[in-house]
Design a protein around this ligand. Structure first.
Ligand code: ATP
Length: 202
């Protein structure tokens, strides 16, 4: 079991995956909340069965997987349904994340969660690392990566906590603006050493 769990977060397109991939090169275990969230509704899971019963079988694709797009549209227009879904999935996701953190073998590990603050997951980790960029950078990098429009990215940005709120929860900050991937690697190397020191002191 890792001695230190670090919550890694940042807004859309801030560079969480890029940062986590670099830490993984140091053999640090990475638990990804988005991956866990997909695992708890895999075909055959009790949660998927409950979703089909509540929303209808048309929310299940012919290959047995959840129709995420359809579900996203539904909960976007129905706060009650969103609340029902969250109360089903959040405890399951939390439990699965805890379990994976317990299984982590590296001296410290990361829990990567875009909505770490929004979903209060920051309370379950030892330290919070925020990948910080300007909103303009979030928009330009995400539109380049995903072929989304500025309006689509802005909408997601608006649904997340604002930059100042996120930074107020940070124990450590990576500045990923105007920074090459090599410069990012330098920041990460320094942080890696700092985290190892924290593990030794714990
Ligand atoms: P999401 O919230 O959408 O999952 P994310 O926070 O995981 O995104 P990444 O996918 O890591 O963000 O990065 C967004 C895009 O920006 C990617 O295409 C990535 O390659 C690019 N990127 C990240 N950091 C840098 C950098 N320092 N310089 C140039 N491009 C970068």
């Amino acid at each position: 079991m890792s001695k230190l769990i670090i919550g890694l977060t940042g807004g859309i397109g801030s560079g969480k995956t890029t940062v986590a991939d670099i830490f993984a090169e140091y053999d640090i275990d990475i638990i990804d909340a988005d991956v866990v969230a997909r695992e708890v509704v895999k075909p055959g899971t009790p949660a998927l069965k409950q979703i089909a019963e509540y929303f209808g079988s048309e929310f299940i694709l012919s290959d047995g997987n959840l129709d995420r797009g359809k579900l996203r549209d539904r909960i976007f227009s129905s706060p009650d349904d969103k609340q029902w879904l969250n109360s089903l999935l959040h405890p399951l996701i939390r439990e699965a994340m805890n379990e994976q953190c317990l299984q982590a073998k590296s001296s410290y590990c990361f829990l990567v969660a875009p909505l770490l603050i929004e979903n209060s997951i920051h309370k379950a980790v030892d330290k919070v690392l925020v990948v910080d960029v300007k909103p303009e950078t979030q928009i330009s990098r995400t539109t380049t990566r995903d072929n989304n429009t500025t309006e689509q990215v802005q909408k997601i940005l608006d649904s997340q906590v604002d930059r100042d709120t996120r930074l107020a929860h940070a124990d450590f900050i990576i500045n990923n603006d105007d920074c090459s991937v090599d410069e990012l690697k330098n920041q990460i190397e320094l942080l890696h050493r700092e985290f190892l020191k924290l593990v030794i002191e714990k």
